[in-house]
Design a protein. Structure first.
Length: 406
C-alpha cells in the first residue's frame, strides 16, 4: 500500500484509480476539466465502444499494445466490468458496449467505484511539473502534492475541448522521455472539392485506398464512406487518415458500391442497358437503380459529359461507357490535408513505448512514474481498440505488478 497521484481523469486515469484503490493504495486523481470522464461520453457516438474481442489492430505502438492487452485484454476487462457491476454485450465486428447503450452508464460505474473505494478527485487542476523527492515524487500544480507514485494519464491532443490538451507530454519529456511526432488520427480527410460538388451527405459502402503522391499504396479499407463539402469521412476513411498527406490520392471503388466487382462488370451492365433501352432513356438514367442521381451526375461530369438529363443514352459510345465504368471503379480525389485535433478521435504519436515496462507501465527512466492511455505512442483502429488500450494500460499501471483482486 502507498499513495498514488493520477494526472488525468479520463478512461486510463479512472481505471488506474480503481485498480490502485482496490489494492489498498491512497489514490488522488487530478483532472484539468471541471469533471472527470468527459471524453468517455463522446465515444462510440455516445454509446461507448468499450473494447473489441477480435484481432488486435494498432497501427501505432502495436508491440506495447499487444503486450499490455495480452496481460489485461478483453477477457480480463470483461471481468473488471462485471466486478464493478456494468453489464456489457458484444455486437457486430467484436465491438463491446454497455448493455444500456449509453456511455453515461460507463462513466457512472467508474465514478461510483472510485467513490466507494475512497478515491479523492480534484478537478480544475493544471499540473505544471513532476519532481523527484527523497521519499517519492512532488507534483507541482495549483498546490504542491507529495506521493509515492505518479500515473500520467492526461491523454493526447485529440478533442482538446474534452480535456486532452497535450500538456501531459511535457511532464514526461521533462523527465527525459522522448516524444514521436504528433498528428491527428481517426479523423476526416480533406480533398479537392470540384469532383464531389453536390455530393455532401451521400453515403456509399465501398472499397477505399490511399496512395502516395508519387505512387505506392499506403492503406486499403472497406466500409461506409460519407461525402462532405470538404472531402470524405466515414470509418473506412478515418482509418486511412493517419497516413494521409497533401498530394496523396484517395481511390474510391464506386463500382463495388453499385454491386459490381469492378469496371468490366459494370461496363457490361451499362452496355446491355444502352443496347436494350438506349433510345428511351437519358444518359443520366443509364445509372438508375445503381446509385443516386447526384452521384450519377458526378460520374458523368468526371467523364466530361454535360446535359446528361437531356441527351439520349444511345449517343454514348462503348468507349465512353467503359470510361464511365472505369471512373466509377476508381473515383479519385486528391488529398489536401486532414481535419485537425479538434475533430480527431485519437492522437497518432506520443511518448516512446520502449521507455515503459509493459507489465506495469512504469518508466524505465524515472522509477515511480507510470504512463497510461493516449499519452503513449499507441493508436488503434475504430471499433473499441483505443478505449481498450486505455483501460488495460490504466489498470496495469494502477496494479503496479500486483494481482487484480477479483
Amino acid at each position: 500500500m502507498g499513495s498514488v497521484m493520477i494526472i488525468g481523469g479520463g478512461a486510463a486515469g479512472m481505471a488506474a484509480a480503481v485498480a490502485a484503490a482496490m489494492c489498498g493504495d491512497r489514490v488522488t486523481v487530478l483532472e484539468r476539466m471541471d469533471r472527470v470522464g468527459k471524453k468517455i461520453l463522446a465515444t462510440g457516438n455516445g454509446r461507448c465502444n468499450l473494447m473489441n474481442t477480435g484481432e488486435l489492430r494498432y497501427p501505432g505502438g502495436s508491440t506495447l499494445a499487444e503486450n499490455v492487452l495480452n496481460r489485461f485484454g478483453a477477457p480480463e476487462q470483461t471481468r473488471f466490468w462485471e466486478l464493478l457491476g456494468l453489464r456489457i454485450r458484444q455486437e457486430e465486428g467484436g465491438r463491446v458496449y454497455p448493455i444500456s447503450g449509453a456511455a453515461t452508464t460507463v462513466l457512472d460505474t467508474l465514478r461510483q467505484a472510485m467513490r466507494l473505494l475512497g478515491v479523492e478527485t480534484v478537478t480544475g487542476v493544471h499540473v505544471q511539473q513532476l519532481q523527484r523527492s527523497r521519499k517519492g515524487w512532488v507534483v507541482q500544480a495549483d498546490r504542491v502534492y507529495t506521493t509515492d507514485r505518479v500515473i500520467v494519464a492526461g491523454g493526447g491532443c485529440a478533442q482538446p475541448k474534452l480535456g486532452s490538451d497535450g500538456s501531459a507530454y511535457g511532464l514526461l519529456t521533462s523527465l527525459g522521455h522522448s516524444l514521436s511526432p504528433l498528428k491527428p488520427a481517426l479523423t476526416q480527410i480533406i480533398t479537392e472539392t470540384a469532383p464531389i460538388r453536390g455530393l455532401s451527405g451521400i453515403r456509399v459502402r465501398c472499397d477505399v485506398s490511399l496512395t502516395a503522391a508519387h505512387g505506392g499504396e499506403k492503406v486499403r479499407q472497406r466500409g461506409e464512406l460519407l461525402f462532405a463539402d470538404y472531402g470524405v469521412t466515414g470509418v473506412c476513411v478515418m482509418q486511412c487518415a493517419r497516413w494521409a498527406a497533401p498530394g496523396d490520392v484517395v481511390h474510391i471503388n464506386l463500382a463495388r458500391a453499385m454491386g459490381f466487382e469492378g469496371a468490366e462488370d459494370l461496363a457490361a451492365e451499362l452496355i446491355t442497358r444502352r443496347r436494350t433501352w438506349g433510345d428511351d432513356m437519358t444518359q443520366l438514367e443509364l445509372l438508375t437503380g445503381l446509385c443516386v442521381p447526384k452521384l450519377a451526375i458526378a460520374l458523368m461530369r468526371a467523364a466530361g459529359l454535360d446535359k446528361v438529363s437531356e441527351r439520349s443514352a444511345a449517343l454514348l459510345s462503348e468507349r465512353r461507357i467503359r470510361q464511365i465504368a472505369a471512373l466509377a471503379a476508381d473515383f479519385c480525389l486528391q488529398v489536401t490535408g486532414v481535419k485537425g485535433f479538434d475533430s480527431a478521435q485519437v492522437t497518432a504519436g506520443g511518448v516512446s513505448c520502449d521507455e515503459f515496462d509493459p507489465a506495469t507501465l512504469e518508466s524505465r527512466i524515472a522509477r515511480g512514474v507510470h504512463a497510461a492511455g493516449e499519452v503513449l505512442d499507441v493508436d488503434g483502429d475504430c471499433g473499441g481498440y483505443n478505449l481498450m488500450f486505455a483501460f488495460g494500460s490504466g489498470v496495469l499501471a494502477g496494479l503496479n505488478g500486483r494481482s487484480f483482486p477479483w
